[in-house]
Each structure stands twice: as C-alpha cells, then as structure tokens.
Design a protein around this ligand. Structure first.
Ligand code: PMP
Length: 456
C-alpha cells in the first residue's frame, strides 16, 4: 500500500480528536507504526524525534519490554475486577502504596480514574462533596484560569479556560469561574518585575474570592505550569502567594499535575518545583508513561477526613483501579525511581536543555519569551519582540511553524503562537543537541517564510 492510500484509509472511518476531520479526509494523516526511546517511525520508515513524548506522557520513553511483560502476566492472572463492591486486588494495592511513598506525608489516599479529564471531573465532584460533608454545602464554585487546560469532558472543558472549547456546546457549566493566567511576557506592565507581576497575578484570585464570597467557593485549580496553554511558567512569587490566599479564605487548593506530575519538571510533582503544597492533585499521563490509560486523584488527610465523614461518594468508573493498568503504572513508577530518571532531569538534562534552548532560539528575530523548566519548554512567535507585538490571528503562525517542524521529522507543538516541547524524560544530552540542531534548521526556514510574507 502506498503511503498516500494508507493515510486516506486511516481516516475513512475514524473521527480524530481535536482535528478538522474534513481536512484530514482531504489530506490524510501520517501513520505511526513503531517507536523506540525518543523516536517514532512512520509507515515510510522515517525516523521522527518525538519532542512531545506523545501527548506529554511517555516519560520513560518508548519500547520498554518490561511493561509489556507485566501487562501480559497481569492479564493472564486477573485481567479485570472492580473495586466497587467491598473488593480489591493486589495490583491496585501495590500501586497505591507506591504513590503514597512518593507523595508528601499528608497524602495518604488515592482515587483512580482512566484519564486526566476523569481525574478533573472526579476532583470537581469530590471538592463539592467534601464541603457538603463538613457542613458547608454552599461552597460550590470552582475557580480556574483563562488559557488553562483541564481536559475535554464537560467538567474539564468548563474548568479549563480555552474559549474555543467553551464556544462549542454552551460551556462553562454553572459554578465555574476563571481568572487571568500568570503570563509575565504577555501581561506584565512596563517596568514591572517578574516578582511583582507574580504577586499581582496571584492577587487576581483574592479579588475574585472577595467579589464572589469565600463561603461560595470550593476550590482553586491550576496547572503548576500551564501546558497546553503554551508552557506558561509563572514567576516564583506566584504559587506561594496563591497558597497563602487559599489558606486565608479556606478554599481548597488543587494542583492539576496531569502534565507536570511524575517527573516532568525534575521533581516527582510540579508543586514541589513551583513551591507550594496542594490539598488535592489530579494526575494521569506520566503515571503509566502512556503505556495504558490510568489516572489518579491524590488526596490529603484533611480532605480524606471530610470525605470519610460524608458517607457514600456516589462516583466511580468501571475501570477505576484497573488491574492491568495499575500493574503497568506500578512498574513505570519503579523505572522512574530506580533508574534515577527524574533526578537526571533535575541535575543534568533539565539544566542542559535550558542552556541549549536559550542559545538555539535567541538568535531568531521572530521569537520571544524563551523558557524552560525541567523538560518542559516553550517560546512565543512574535512580529516584534521589543514592542511585544504578536502576529495577527493568534495561532495561525504557530501552526505554520509547527508544520515546518513536522515536515522535518521533529514533533514540537503549537499552542496558539507558542511553540512548545516536552520530550521523553530519558532524552540524553546528545539527543537534545540533535533535536535542537533540526529545530534551528526549521526556524531558519520559518524566518525566511515570514520575511517573505511580511515584505508583501
Ligand atoms: N489536565 C491537564 C493539565 C492536561 O494537560 C490534560 C491533557 N493534556 C488533561 C487534564 C486531560 O487529560 P486527558 O486528555 O487524559 O483526559
């Protein structure tokens, strides 16, 4: 089968997520057929660097045979059993113990899901149930941030601050509100320091709380670093101030760790890097490095105590704590720990990527706000970096740039006009160099293209 037929065939029956399926039917897709380490291979045998670790999830890299072995063994022994009706199984118990081992002391309980969106929906129901259980049922409002991403279910899409998602289907649902994101380059006043901006941005939360009434607010939810919003890294002053505000007004603090969790920022969790302690963490992705779908909501003792007082929590999924996914996730966490993968991100590859990312992209005139934390990185495409002038129709130029990367067999992603990368955590310094040398070639091509476009 030729590649062309192959790719058209792929979209004959399949409606793709987050895609213009009409366009896909016309143009086809690229077929990925295998993967190893940081590389994926298409049906032509072309080697592609996966600078996005799939969808920010393949933390331990592709091709770990041990996980396949463990999945097979678990399927043979106990492929499925539920945990609804006074039953449990060894795989989920082992995973829970492991999760408790890697979280701070006050985290001793886990609720399982199959995805980040389900973790978010679970958390939304959980915080409201918590407040009702401790006698404050009016605390229902959940505060998120514009440009935050919390998934694609009705709950997750509502809590996220993606206006394009809200536009499709009358979102957000009731009792969800948003504050502005802490994006220094985009929103700081002239002469405002990063630290000052971080405090001002956090204070938007307090203003919102005061205008709505703390007695009506259940929780504030944020990604430590906004991922799909474009790798927006807040100033160091931001999260400690957010935590202070939540404590002062008796509002639960939720860290959405679906991307940042399990090593992405060089620590087990993003909140450890960004300097705060949440009450609840929503996680998924890196929990199994994407080898099987599984998510987990990590709950601290204060919230657990309230939940236990509240009797039955009428919530759960058929596959909550699925034995095969749990066994695979357990082994994934062991690999992350035993092979010092996260430690290396913190001490070696993270700092190296930061230096090389800066060096590589600072030479290009249409790039501003070059940023990294651990193995999460981004920059913003701008018409003029001194005057902070963006391109018209935010997002169009990003896609153009992203397609140049893709054509050159490097997967980076466009989030609006932010270009982002998040390679598997096992990437070596040498592979970082290879990745960035291709990226530089792509940016030269992009710069020429924009020079031409702007001269017309
Ligand atoms: N929260 C965050 C921070 C995410 O980045 C994502 C997915 N990118 C989700 C939630 C939703 O996860 P899923 O796609 O697994 O439902």
């Amino acid at each position: 089968m030729t590649k062309k037929n192959d790719t058209k065939h792929a979209v004959k029956h399949h409606l793709h997520p987050f895609s213009d399926n009409g366009q896909l039917k016309k143009n086809g897709v690229r077929m990925m057929v295998k993967a190893k380490g940081i590389y994926v291979y298409d049906s032509d045998g072309t080697e592609i660097i996966d600078g996005m670790a799939g969808l920010w999830c393949v933390n331990i890299g592709y091709g770990r045979k041990k996980l396949a072995k463990i999945a097979k063994k678990q399927m043979e022994v106990l492929p499925f059993y539920n945990t609804f009706f006074k039953t449990s199984h060894p795989a989920v118990i082992k995973l829970s113990e492991k999760l408790i081992e890697i979280t701070p002391d006050e985290f001793n309980h886990v609720f399982y899901t199959n995805s980040g969106s389900e973790s978010i929906d679970t958390m939304m129901r959980m915080v409201r149930h918590y407040w009702a259980s401790v006698g404050q049922p009016s605390k229902k409002i959940i505060i998120g941030r514009w440009n935050g991403y919390h998934g694609s279910t009705i709950g997750g899409a509502s809590l996220g601050g993606m206006k394009s998602m809200h536009q499709q289907g009358d979102l957000p649902i009731a009792n969800i509100v948003h504050i502005e994101q802490p994006w220094y380059y985009g929103l700081a006043n002239d002469n405002e320091s990063e630290e000052e901006f971080g405090i001002r941005a956090a204070n938007w939360l307090e203003e919102k709380i005061l205008s709505l009434g703390a007695d009506k607010i259940a929780a504030f939810v944020g990604e430590p670093i906004q991922g799909a919003g474009g790798v927006i890294i807040p100033p160091a002053s931001y999260w400690p101030r957010i935590e202070e505000i939540c404590r002062k007004h008796n509002i639960l603090l939720v860290s959405d760790e679906v991307i940042c969790g399990y090593g992405r920022t060089g620590k087990w969790f993003g909140f450890q890097t960004l300097g705060f302690t949440p009450d609840i963490c929503t996680t998924a992705k890196g929990l199994s490095s994407g080898y099987l779908p599984i998510g987990a909501v990590l709950v601290n003792d204060k919230v657990t105590e309230g939940l236990l007082a509240g009797g039955e929590f009428n919530h759960g999924f058929t596959y909550s704590g699925h034995p095969v996914a749990a066994a695979v996730a357990y082994e994934n966490l062991n690999i992350l720990a035993d092979k010092n993968i996260i430690e290396k991100v913190y001490t070696k590859t993270g700092p190296y990527l930061r230096k090389r990312w800066q060096e590589t992209f600072s030479q290009f005139k249409y790039i501003a706000d070059i940023r990294t934390e651990g193995l999460m990185c981004g920059f913003t495409l701008v018409k003029n970096r001194e005057t902070r002038e963006f391109f018209e129709d935010f997002g169009t130029t990003g896609l153009l740039c992203r397609d140049i990367f893709f054509k050159n067999n490097l997967i980076f992603r466009a989030c609006g006009d932010h270009i982002v990368a998040a390679p598997p955590l096992i990437i070596s310094k040498k592979e970082i160099d290879i990745m960035l040398s291709i990226a530089a070639t792509c940016m030269r091509e992009f710069e020429e293209l924009m020079d031409q476009k702007l001269s017309h």
